[in-house]
Design a protein around this ligand. Structure first.
Ligand code: GLU
Length: 312
């Protein structure tokens, strides 16, 4: 089966070095296998997403030489639209299918309620929903209430096992590590977990390469694939690029965003440096995206959690 990879950025600011790294790894993995690469714009958050960021992002990818076969703002390909803000109908149909399983329920909890009832042991900052609105008997078939509500999906006390190409075999207990999660927010916005699965299915994506902050989310996503009767993609999570305080880069780290990087370096300097740091090439030297295709192999990459950057 030929590889279909993707890059699924949220256009909420300029790309930074961490986004470039994730994009490069996904692109190289797909291209080195002779596969295709899809660009999907994840503009689900209406407050933070802006079309000018999406345009900038495309310009930055062009500049880096990371080309896509499908997707983007112009909607190249048959499986569009490729902007999540235009895919509400597709999500709505998927939610109907999930409702048929009897595993969804309306949730009226406010953020404050959830914070007040969350399990105290979540050291990684994740909030595990305490199940306040979960009906006593599941599966349930509740009428759609008129009052404003989020829709949650009930997760059973089961382990999801999957293999990550870099971090190896993973086992995640859904109820312990994830809890019942939101598939549609109270304000009507579609939740990332639902949208990403529905879109990867619709776009034929069979390989997901992304930052390791999303490793745990893969379990929730595999659960949704199972409920929708589809096969989950292969996963490869990659180390996060962190700033000199060992914190993952955010859109606030302006000195490592593409605006600053483009002013100081060539694409070959940036990609060559990243490729060297992660182990794709032995010697540190400038390298264009295409030059790296033949060098790329997952076996060369060490499964570190973080890459601290005094990088560039
Ligand atoms: N849109 C997500 C982000 O920018 C990535 C989603 C994914 O790769 O699954 O963090």
């Amino acid at each position: 089966m030929s590889v279909v990879g993707r890059f699924a950025p949220s256009p909420t600011g300029r790309m930074h070095l961490g986004n470039v790294f994730a994009a490069m790894m996904s692109w190289l993995s797909a291209r080195s296998a002779g596969g295709r690469w899809v660009l999907r714009i994840e503009d689900l958050d209406p407050q933070r997403s802006k079309p000018e960021y999406a345009r900038q992002l495309e310009d930055d990818l062009h500049w880096l030489g990371l080309d896509w076969d499908e997707g983007g703002m112009e909607g190249l390909g048959e499986n569009g639209p490729y902007l999540q803000s235009q895919r509400g109908d597709v999500y709505s149909r998927a939610l109907d299918r999930l409702k048929e399983t009897g595993l969804t329920y309306p949730c009226f909890c406010t953020r404050a309620d959830i914070m007040a009832t969350q399990a105290p042991h979540q050291s990684d900052g994740r909030i595990i929903y305490a199940g306040t609105c979960r009906p006593k008997n599941m599966p349930c078939h509740t009428e759609e209430p008129e009052r404003k509500h989020a829709t949650r999906i009930c997760v059973p006390d089961i382990d999801i096992d999957f293999n990550d190409r870099l971090y190896g075999q993973q086992r995640v207990n859904l109820s312990k590590h994830c809890g019942d999660f939101v598939v549609r927010r109270g304000d009507g916005a579609w939740a990332y977990q639902l949208a990403v699965v529905v879109d990867d299915i619709a776009m034929g994506v069979n390989e997901v390469v992304r930052g390791c902050d999303l490793l745990l989310s893969s379990a929730q996503q595999i659960y949704l694939y199972n409920l929708l009767g589809k096969t989950a993609p292969a996963y490869a999570h990659v180390p996060l690029i962190c700033n000199s305080s060992a914190l993952r880069l955010s859109k606030r780290d302006k000195d490592l965003d593409m605006g600053c990087l483009r002013a100081k370096y060539t694409p070959e300097q940036i990609l060559g440096r990243l490729a060297h740091i992660v182990g794709i090439i032995d010697k540190e030297e400038p390298a264009g995206a295409k030059d790296l295709i033949g060098q790329f192999a997952w076996s060369k990459i060490e499964p570190r959690e973080k890459i601290i950057t005094d990088i560039i």
